[in-house]
Design a protein around this ligand. Structure first.
Ligand code: GLN
Length: 302
């Protein structure tokens, strides 16, 4: 299979999809990006990496960070975390407050903001510095020691993160937040503001397609990684998860910076990036590209 040829074709064909949707503006820092960029990278389990477009340009990983914090929490904590967060799709926007009250402070899943705040809280308890732990992990797994927080984005999120603050205080009222809210929020905003390229992301996510095997030993057991992929498939793209499963057929995690990480278990990890988002908060060009790639390669978990 000529994977490089497929990626080149997808980049060439993707111009129309790139114009669909709008760049996230509720975090003002994200608006400064050149929205006409598009990148894709495929990291094969066999070791080769294929890339096309703006695959080495850094972007804000945003909610894609939630896959990695969940992996770290699962690695350190086993099943303990699941007493504080469920594993069901939410069917509501990623930053919604509504379900949290109806369900007594237990977030629907670890990939909506309320659930991710609980994961970050747990990781803070387990590691003392969840942000440092995440950054070290991403640098190691991608073999890129330069990965770091984009301070402008972190400050922008902090200045406008009232909804996340509401979620965190609400969780505290249900005794589902252990650390002080400002500390959890700071760690959460900083993890979301990490900047990475498609190449970095596809490489760093390699353990997800290799049964938990990272660059230097096991990150998670094969059993744990199967479960993490299941949560990505059902919850990783918010209330568009059904459409993603239908169109792409792979475990995916998106972020409002326009990135999407997709896993083809046993074969490869894919990262795509296009800043304009559909209404559900997923990259329009990213989902179009993934749908084309999976249709042409036959990569699917189904
Ligand atoms: N930092 C963003 C937020 O908390 C992450 C959301 C996302 O990428 N879906 O709102």
């Amino acid at each position: 299979m000529n994977i490089q040829g497929l990626l080149d074709d997808i980049v060439t064909e993707n111009n129309a999809a790139l114009q669909e949707g709008a760049v996230a503006d509720y975090i003002p820092g994200l608006e400064t990006v050149d929205a006409d960029q598009f990148g894709i990278a495929v990291a094969m389990n066999s070791g080769e990496t294929y890339r096309a477009g703006h695959s080495s340009t850094n972007f804000s990983i945003q909610s894609i960070s939630k896959v990695f914090t969940l992996a770290l929490a699962m690695a350190l904590d086993g099943d303990e975390l699941w007493t504080r967060v469920s594993r069901e799709p939410s069917g509501t926007p990623f930053n919604s407050l509504v379900q949290l009250e109806q369900e007594h402070g237990i977030p629907r899943n670890p990939f909506i903001n309320s659930g991710a705040l609980v994961v970050t809280d747990r990781l803070l308890t387990l590691t003392a510095d969840s942000q440092e732990c995440l950054q070290t992990f991403l640098r190691q797994q991608s073999s890129n020691p330069l990965i770091q927080v984009d301070e402008m984005i972190a400050a922008s999120e902090k200045a406008t993160g009232h909804r996340n603050a509401s979620l965190a205080y609400f969780l505290t009222s249900y005794n589902n937040m252990v650390n002080p809210v400002p500390r959890v929020l700071n760690a959460y905003f900083r993890q979301c503001a990490i900047a990475m390229s498609c190449e970095d992301l596809a490489t760093a996510g390699g353990f997800l397609s290799r049964g938990g095997r990272g660059v230097d030993g096991s990150v998670l057991t094969a059993d744990q990684v199967r479960r993490l992929n299941a949560v990505m498939l059902t919850c990783g793209t918010y209330d568009a998860a059904g459409d993603f499963a239908y169109r792409v057929g792979l475990p995916c995690k998106s972020g409002v910076g326009g990135g999407i990480l997709a896993v083809v278990p046993g074969i490869c990890t894919i990262a795509v990036w296009g800043p304009r988002l559909s209404k559900s908060g997923n990259s329009s060009a990213g989902v179009t590209a993934l749908a084309k790639l999976t249709a042409r390669t036959g990569w699917s978990i189904f």
